[in-house]
Design a protein around this ligand. Sequence first.
Ligand SMILES: [Zn+2]
Length: 84
Amino acid sequence: MCQSKHFIKIYWIGLKLIYNKSMESIEKRFKCPYCFQRISFILDTTVDGTQTYIEDCEVCCQPIEVTYDSQNGKIEFFDNQKVN
Ligand SMILES: [Zn+2]
């Protein structure tokens, strides 16, 4: 199982989605580079530009480095890779 703080984070994002009606974030679906299961991350699109962060896979809990470029509320570029 993932660490409890991870669930708290997901719960918080869920609340944010409800109250902001998805205007400030986008759900991105992709395959985990470790277990190849289909998973989804919520990307914050409130800030334009390239952002990189690490989040655990919701299936295998391995850390995934995500890079995306947000412009005017849209995801122009998305990439994910294993964390060495
Ligand atoms: Zn995984």
